[in-house]
Ligand binder design. Structure first.
Ligand code: 5GP
Length: 157
Protein backbone atom coordinates (compact mmCIF):
# COMPACT_ATOMS: atom_id res chain seq x y z
CA UNK A 1 0.00 0.00 0.00
CA UNK A 2 2.74 2.51 0.94
CA UNK A 3 4.78 1.50 -2.10
CA UNK A 4 1.76 1.99 -4.37
CA UNK A 5 1.13 5.48 -2.95
CA UNK A 6 4.81 6.39 -3.24
CA UNK A 7 4.90 5.29 -6.88
CA UNK A 8 1.83 7.36 -7.72
CA UNK A 9 3.18 10.43 -5.91
CA UNK A 10 6.59 10.01 -7.58
CA UNK A 11 4.95 9.87 -11.02
CA UNK A 12 2.53 12.74 -10.37
CA UNK A 13 5.20 15.12 -9.04
CA UNK A 14 8.14 14.20 -11.26
CA UNK A 15 10.06 17.37 -12.18
CA UNK A 16 8.11 19.48 -9.68
CA UNK A 17 9.19 21.14 -6.44
CA UNK A 18 7.41 19.01 -3.82
CA UNK A 19 7.25 19.68 -0.10
CA UNK A 20 5.72 16.96 2.07
CA UNK A 21 4.12 18.29 5.24
CA UNK A 22 3.60 15.63 7.90
CA UNK A 23 0.72 16.33 10.25
CA UNK A 24 1.99 15.49 13.74
CA UNK A 25 1.92 13.35 15.60
CA UNK A 26 -0.01 10.46 14.09
CA UNK A 27 1.51 10.50 10.61
CA UNK A 28 5.15 10.12 11.64
CA UNK A 29 5.56 6.41 10.91
CA UNK A 30 3.50 6.54 7.72
CA UNK A 31 5.48 9.56 6.48
CA UNK A 32 8.77 7.84 7.30
CA UNK A 33 7.80 4.74 5.34
CA UNK A 34 6.35 6.76 2.46
CA UNK A 35 9.33 9.03 1.82
CA UNK A 36 11.75 6.10 1.71
CA UNK A 37 9.81 4.66 -1.24
CA UNK A 38 9.71 7.90 -3.26
CA UNK A 39 11.88 8.13 -6.36
CA UNK A 40 11.81 11.94 -6.57
CA UNK A 41 13.57 14.53 -4.38
CA UNK A 42 11.32 16.15 -1.78
CA UNK A 43 11.59 18.48 1.17
CA UNK A 44 9.99 17.59 4.49
CA UNK A 45 8.31 19.76 7.07
CA UNK A 46 5.75 19.24 9.83
CA UNK A 47 2.72 20.97 11.23
CA UNK A 48 0.83 20.13 14.39
CA UNK A 49 -2.70 21.14 15.18
CA UNK A 50 -4.72 20.21 18.20
CA UNK A 51 -8.47 20.08 18.29
CA UNK A 52 -10.25 20.75 21.52
CA UNK A 53 -12.32 17.68 22.23
CA UNK A 54 -12.21 14.41 24.06
CA UNK A 55 -9.72 11.63 23.39
CA UNK A 56 -11.58 9.98 20.53
CA UNK A 57 -13.43 12.76 18.76
CA UNK A 58 -12.42 16.15 17.45
CA UNK A 59 -14.86 19.02 17.85
CA UNK A 60 -13.77 21.37 15.11
CA UNK A 61 -12.14 24.07 17.21
CA UNK A 62 -8.52 23.89 16.08
CA UNK A 63 -5.37 25.41 17.48
CA UNK A 64 -1.98 25.49 15.72
CA UNK A 65 0.78 23.99 17.88
CA UNK A 66 3.53 23.99 15.23
CA UNK A 67 3.51 25.86 11.93
CA UNK A 68 5.55 25.36 8.76
CA UNK A 69 9.23 26.33 8.86
CA UNK A 70 10.02 26.01 5.15
CA UNK A 71 9.05 28.65 2.62
CA UNK A 72 6.29 26.92 0.64
CA UNK A 73 5.29 29.89 -1.51
CA UNK A 74 5.01 28.72 -5.12
CA UNK A 75 5.76 25.10 -4.14
CA UNK A 76 3.66 21.98 -4.57
CA UNK A 77 2.62 20.86 -1.12
CA UNK A 78 1.41 17.41 -0.11
CA UNK A 79 -0.06 17.23 3.39
CA UNK A 80 0.40 13.75 4.88
CA UNK A 81 -2.25 12.85 7.47
CA UNK A 82 -2.85 9.78 9.59
CA UNK A 83 -6.65 9.78 9.52
CA UNK A 84 -9.24 11.97 7.87
CA UNK A 85 -12.39 11.54 9.94
CA UNK A 86 -14.89 14.45 10.01
CA UNK A 87 -12.41 16.31 7.77
CA UNK A 88 -12.40 19.37 10.04
CA UNK A 89 -8.70 19.10 10.95
CA UNK A 90 -7.37 18.62 7.44
CA UNK A 91 -9.74 21.30 6.08
CA UNK A 92 -8.26 23.74 8.60
CA UNK A 93 -4.71 22.65 7.73
CA UNK A 94 -5.33 23.01 3.99
CA UNK A 95 -6.61 26.56 4.55
CA UNK A 96 -3.60 27.33 6.77
CA UNK A 97 -1.16 26.02 4.13
CA UNK A 98 -2.99 27.90 1.35
CA UNK A 99 -2.36 31.16 3.22
CA UNK A 100 1.33 30.84 2.25
CA UNK A 101 0.37 30.87 -1.46
CA UNK A 102 1.84 27.53 -2.51
CA UNK A 103 1.39 26.39 -6.10
CA UNK A 104 -0.88 23.55 -4.96
CA UNK A 105 -1.99 21.73 -1.82
CA UNK A 106 -3.11 18.10 -1.96
CA UNK A 107 -3.70 15.50 0.74
CA UNK A 108 -2.38 12.02 1.31
CA UNK A 109 -3.95 10.09 4.18
CA UNK A 110 -3.12 6.70 5.61
CA UNK A 111 -6.77 6.11 6.56
CA UNK A 112 -9.96 7.66 5.26
CA UNK A 113 -13.12 7.37 7.40
CA UNK A 114 -15.24 8.75 4.60
CA UNK A 115 -18.64 7.87 6.04
CA UNK A 116 -18.00 10.18 9.02
CA UNK A 117 -17.12 13.21 6.89
CA UNK A 118 -18.72 16.52 7.88
CA UNK A 119 -16.88 18.85 5.50
CA UNK A 120 -15.97 18.16 1.92
CA UNK A 121 -12.19 17.74 1.50
CA UNK A 122 -10.51 16.44 -1.65
CA UNK A 123 -8.19 13.53 -0.80
CA UNK A 124 -5.78 12.74 -3.62
CA UNK A 125 -4.08 9.68 -2.07
CA UNK A 126 -5.66 7.22 0.38
CA UNK A 127 -4.00 4.19 1.95
CA UNK A 128 -6.99 2.43 3.51
CA UNK A 129 -10.71 3.10 3.90
CA UNK A 130 -12.08 2.55 7.41
CA UNK A 131 -15.47 2.63 9.10
CA UNK A 132 -16.46 3.81 12.55
CA UNK A 133 -14.05 2.03 14.92
CA UNK A 134 -11.21 3.73 16.77
CA UNK A 135 -7.79 2.76 15.44
CA UNK A 136 -4.41 2.69 17.18
CA UNK A 137 -0.86 1.64 16.34
CA UNK A 138 1.55 2.51 13.50
CA UNK A 139 1.75 6.07 14.88
CA UNK A 140 -1.91 6.34 15.91
CA UNK A 141 -2.57 6.86 19.60
CA UNK A 142 -5.22 6.69 22.24
CA UNK A 143 -4.27 9.26 24.92
CA UNK A 144 -0.62 8.98 23.70
CA UNK A 145 -0.56 5.20 24.10
CA UNK A 146 -0.10 2.53 21.43
CA UNK A 147 1.74 4.65 18.81
CA UNK A 148 4.64 2.19 18.84
CA UNK A 149 2.57 -0.85 17.81
CA UNK A 150 3.85 -2.05 14.44
CA UNK A 151 0.38 -2.67 12.96
CA UNK A 152 -2.98 -0.88 13.07
CA UNK A 153 -5.53 -2.26 15.55
CA UNK A 154 -9.15 -1.55 16.44
CA UNK A 155 -9.37 -0.38 20.04
CA UNK A 156 -12.33 -1.74 21.99
CA UNK A 157 -13.48 1.29 23.96
P1 5GP B 1 -11.11 15.00 11.98
O1 5GP B 1 -10.81 16.45 12.22
O2 5GP B 1 -11.01 14.61 10.54
O3 5GP B 1 -12.44 14.60 12.57
O4 5GP B 1 -10.10 14.18 12.84
C1 5GP B 1 -8.87 13.82 12.38
C2 5GP B 1 -7.96 13.50 13.51
O5 5GP B 1 -8.64 12.82 14.56
C3 5GP B 1 -6.87 12.56 13.04
O6 5GP B 1 -5.76 13.27 12.56
C4 5GP B 1 -6.57 11.79 14.29
O7 5GP B 1 -5.62 12.50 15.05
C5 5GP B 1 -7.87 11.75 15.04
N1 5GP B 1 -8.58 10.48 14.78
C6 5GP B 1 -9.72 10.29 14.10
N2 5GP B 1 -10.07 8.99 14.09
C7 5GP B 1 -9.11 8.35 14.79
C8 5GP B 1 -8.88 6.96 15.13
O8 5GP B 1 -9.61 6.03 14.78
N3 5GP B 1 -7.75 6.71 15.85
C9 5GP B 1 -6.88 7.67 16.26
N4 5GP B 1 -5.82 7.30 16.95
N5 5GP B 1 -7.06 8.97 15.95
C10 5GP B 1 -8.16 9.31 15.23
Amino acid sequence: MVLDLAQRISADYKGRDLVLIGVLKGSFIFLSDLIRQLTIPVKIDFVQASSYGNDTQSCGSIRLLKGVDLNIRGKDVLAVEDIVDTGLTIRWIIDYLMSFQPRSVTVCTLIDKQERREVDVPIAYTGHAAGRGFLVGYGLDYAEQYRHLPEIYHLNL
